[in-house]
Design a protein. Structure first.
Length: 297
């Protein structure tokens, strides 16, 4: 009994030395954290392979008079453009790209924007030029975009503020700070990070009216995304946008790029029927939001 009482004054100090809160962590959070570290480690190994821009391939034309090719029934699907996040490159999409290819998406391009990018507006303008080139090269009028984190914000700015809804059919975002995030305040030295803060001029522009925007938005957000503060910042909340927010459980910020369940959700979003879009306004969990989500054990 004496030993117990003698140790009580030191209890707060011991709690600081030993993170007692770890005892309250859920198994899901531990799994998500482990997956985040595994994805990060693998991505660091692949990072050098994605520094250079992707080689652009032009589909070989069919030989004249080749009736065999013309008679084959094909389902026309727009090209898919993949946009990476902050201080990253196209190598982060290795597994997602493989999944899309295996399920019929034959025209996929992973774009690198400059690591020296200091303005989302400028990056969106450059994206527009790249998309025009892709549409001309593939003879397609519109494309689909999958953007991770900052990449999704660049795509949204292009669609919503630069008239990109003419070229973009669907934008799928993964952990994109549509509402701004307060994580890592010391990173505010970088201009792009400041633009991703709540209330920044760029985000205020995205809150302005966007009547007639034709692009469909599908935003995946996770309840374990350590880079979103608040978590619902990754939801699209705009009255003029056709938007569906999909809640993901049990996966972190990087895990959304590699998990099969999320890949299946992305494929479903890209294969939606434009004539009957499932329209949702506001973050998931609020009135009018989609009740469906992804739960990963």
């Amino acid at each position: 009994m004496k030993v117990t009482w003698a140790g009580l004054p030191f209890l707060p100090f011991c709690q600081r030395l030993w993170p007692v809160r770890l005892a309250g962590l859920s198994v899901a959070l531990l799994k998500a954290t482990a997956l985040e570290f595994a994805v990060l480690a693998g991505h660091l190994l692949l990072y050098p392979s994605g520094i250079a821009q992707e080689r652009r391939s032009v589909p070989a034309p069919s030989p004249p008079g080749d009736a065999t090719t013309a008679s084959l029934p094909t389902e026309a699907k727009p090209p898919v453009v993949l946009l990476h996040g902050f201080i990253d490159n196209r190598s982060v999409f290795v597994l997602l790209r493989r999944s899309l290819t295996q399920h019929g998406r034959l025209q996929i391009e992973s774009l690198n924007y400059s690591p020296l990018t200091c303005d989302i507006r400028t990056a969106a303008e450059a994206l527009g030029r790249r998309l025009e080139e892709i549409c001309e090269r593939t003879d397609c009028e519109r494309v689909d975009i999958v953007g991770h984190s900052l990449g999704g914000l660049i795509a949204r700015y292009y669609v919503q503020r630069l008239g990109g809804d003419v070229r973009v059919r669907t934008v799928v975002t993964l952990g994109t700070p549509h509402g701004g995030t307060r994580v890592a305040p010391l990173a505010d030295a970088h201009p792009v990070v400041r633009q991703m803060r709540p209330g920044s001029p760029v985000l205020q522009e995205l809150r302005e009216p966007a009547p007639g925007c034709r692009t469909q938005f599908v935003a995946f957000w996770s309840d374990l995304d350590h880079l979103m503060d608040p978590l619902e910042a990754a939801c699209v909340d705009h009255p003029d946008l056709l938007a569906q927010n999909v809640r993901v459980s049990g996966i972190g910020h990087l895990g959304m790029l590699v998990h099969p369940a999320v890949a299946a959700g992305i494929r479903q979003a890209l294969d939606h029927d434009e004539t009957t879009p499932e329209t949702v306004h506001g973050p998931t969990g609020e009135p009018g939001a989609s009740p469906e989500g992804l739960t990963v054990a």
